[in-house]
Design a protein around this ligand. Structure first.
Ligand code: ASP
Length: 586
């Protein structure tokens, strides 16, 4: 804490900052009873506030009245205490505590609020059911880990603001009650009383507003923005989450990347997080997919994917021949010298299936041929050629998947991560950061039989729209240890291009005008070239704090189910409210 509290009836010092230089002076502190110990006649209380802990001692002779009342104190009672800062006997010094050289010999004790027995202890990180923690979040927030991560979150966001403010950005708010923004998720809708049967949508991102701000001449915008996407909650996902949202006018991709490297470089440096200083390496989407199977590669360990088509030309093994014959691929990784029981190989097969693969081929390389259920279907030279492609030597475990390209990539990248986790292949303390660039602009959605925007429909394609399959876009993602922590693009700034992209995506002129007319109208009156990015604040804090779930970085998160155990949301509403909103007949 930089400033001592203004002296008042409760306190004049922070608990965690009463150190030996205050010895032999009077001080008042206030906070929560962390622990109480009765030692013969003496009562010791560890008192806690946000700054830390200080030990109070109550002497029966010196302060009989305070001592008497201290007997009744229990964990989490709220008290204010005045006393004398006293050096501890050298043998009682606690080197683990900033205040460990002193204690406060209490002369006055005021009990400000009693606490009932808490449903879980605040003074240790023991395993407590998350739902119970979330239900009693105000108690949970007092725990050291949440105190630490919430403070870190604040510092990270403050650094982001500071660097952007320094670079002439304006922080501008955009509406929460708005129209749908297509980021590929389901909308949260808010029924409109003023227009029964109509709805506001909560923004999936401020995308269109930040573009309007650029067209409005604001030049450089940022916002610590809440985004709402109605998707199934996962460990790294919440229905509402926070982005550092940024947009800049008259910029090229390098300008946005440079700006974000300044912001994130400062964040990492100040938090002492061991990533290389910027500039960070860039990898094309094509390279990421070919070497790692996905567009957010974890490059902290090897186990790269290799294409096995050359080794298998003319193979008679049906699974491989069918995949290659129908435009698919056969790829594999060398998992290294591993011995795995049958049950683990089955678990890996199951994992491949969860990622869409029809199955997994596993093989242990031997001096002669393979030990593998498919060894009998492959010719000796085929196995030898695969060994060569995967740089395999006897004892190595090979994992091979045959399917269409995306499925193979997803299955093998999941297998790669699982093998790395199981065999501890990620060097402790190592962090890799990189940009993935040159994304395809569109991909073909086979289910819907139409083109879809790889990023979003406002991303500028670089090239001729007549050939959507081969178009890239100036989109970029920032990837930390295999997790996407941010992404953005250069946008379309000419109405005719935007209209053609809508057309390509199957959004006809009428629908485009209906849904995005406000953007199209703005594009008519002179839009500067512009681009931006959004960084996932919750994920960044999760990584830097080294906690497991983004829920541990958000003061009031939803549970894994998407519900809020604290307030009970979502909750039914009165029939009268429903009628007022036009959701029920009057
Ligand atoms: N609106 C995008 C998103 O939320 C980010 C961007 O393109 O700036 O992912």
């Amino acid at each position: 804490m930089k400033h001592a509290p203004r002296p008042n009836g409760y306190r004049d010092a922070w608990c965690g900052q009463l150190t030996a230089d205050r010895a032999d002076t009077e001080a008042s502190v206030a906070g929560w009873v962390h622990r109480r110990r009765d030692h013969g006649g003496l009562i010791f209380i560890d008192l806690r506030d946000r700054s830390g802990i200080v030990q109070l001692v109550f002497h029966p002779e010196n302060a009989p009245e305070a001592h008497e009342r201290a007997h009744a104190l229990r964990a989490e009672d709220v008290i204010s205490v005045t006393g004398r800062v006293t050096r501890r006997d050298p043998k009682n010094v606690n080197p683990n505590l900033a205040t460990g050289e002193i204690e406060l010999a209490a002369s006055r004790l005021e009990i400000l609020a009693d606490a009932e027995t808490p449903p879980f202890p605040v003074d240790n990180g023991s395993d407590v059911d998350e739902i119970i923690r979330l239900r009693h979040r105000s108690l949970d927030l007092r725990r050291a880990e949440l105190q630490r991560t919430i403070a870190m979150r604040h510092r990270i966001v403050a650094t982001m603001r500071e660097i952007l403010n320094d670079r002439d950005f304006l922080e501008i708010e955009t509406p929460y009650l708005t129209r749908s923004t297509p980021e590929g998720a389901r909308d949260y809708l808010v029924p409109a009383r003023i227009q029964p049967g109509s709805f506001y949508a909560l923004p999936q991102s401020p995308q269109l507003f930040k573009q309007l701000l650029m067209i409005g001449g604001m030049e450089r915008y940022y916002q610590v923005a809440r985004c709402f996407r109605d998707e199934d909650t996962r460990a790294d996902r919440q229905p509402e989450f926070t982005q550092l949202d940024v947009e800049m006018a008259f910029v090229e991709q390098d300008d946005v990347i440079d700006c974000m490297e300044a912001v994130m470089g400062a964040v990492f440096e100040r938090e002492g997080y061991a990533v290389a200083p910027p500039p960070w390496p860039r990898m094309t989407f094509a390279e990421a997919v070919s070497r790692y199977g996905i567009d957010r590669p974890d490059t902290r360990f090897g186990l790269e994917l290799h294409d096995l088509a050359d080794a298998l030309s003319g193979t008679e093994f049906k699974v491989f021949a069918d995949a290659l014959g129908s435009g698919g691929v056969v790829r594999g990784i060398n998992a290294g010298p591993r011995e795995l029981p049958r049950s683990d190989l089955e678990a890996l097969t199951e994992l491949a299936k969860q990622h869409g693969a029809k199955g997994l081929v596993w093989a242990f390389v031997q001096e002669e041929g393979w030990r593998s259920p498919i060894a009998k279907f492959l010719a000796e030279p085929e196995m030898a050629a695969i060994n060569a492609k995967l740089d395999a030597t006897p004892g190595d475990l090979l994992l091979i998947v045959a399917d269409e390209l995306t499925t193979v990539g997803q299955a093998l990248s999941a297998l790669r991560l699982e093998v790395a986790r199981r065999f501890d292949l990620i060097p402790a303390g190592r962090h890799d950061i990189l940009w993935v660039v040159d994304f395809p602009a569109f991909f073909w959605d086979a289910d819907a039989q139409r083109w879809d925007a790889a990023h979003h429909p406002f991303t500028s394609p670089s090239g001729d729209l007549g050939d959507p399959a081969n178009l890239t876009s100036e989109a970029y993602d920032l990837v930390l240890d295999g997790a996407e922590i941010g992404g953005g693009s250069i946008r379309i700034n000419r109405i005719e291009v935007q209209q053609r992209v809508f057309e390509l995506l199957g959004i006809g002129p009428e629908e485009a005008q209906g849904r995005f007319g406000f953007l199209l109208d703005a594009l008519r009156y002179g839009a500067p070239p512009h681009g931006g990015i959004a960084m996932g604040v919750d994920r960044i804090v999760t990584a830097l704090a080294g906690v497991e779930s983004i829920r541990d970085t958000i003061a009031f998160p939803k549970a894994a189910s998407g519900a809020d155990p604290l307030t009970g949301a979502p909750a039914p509403v009165d029939a009268s409210q429903m009628r007022e909103l036009g959701l029920r007949p009057a």
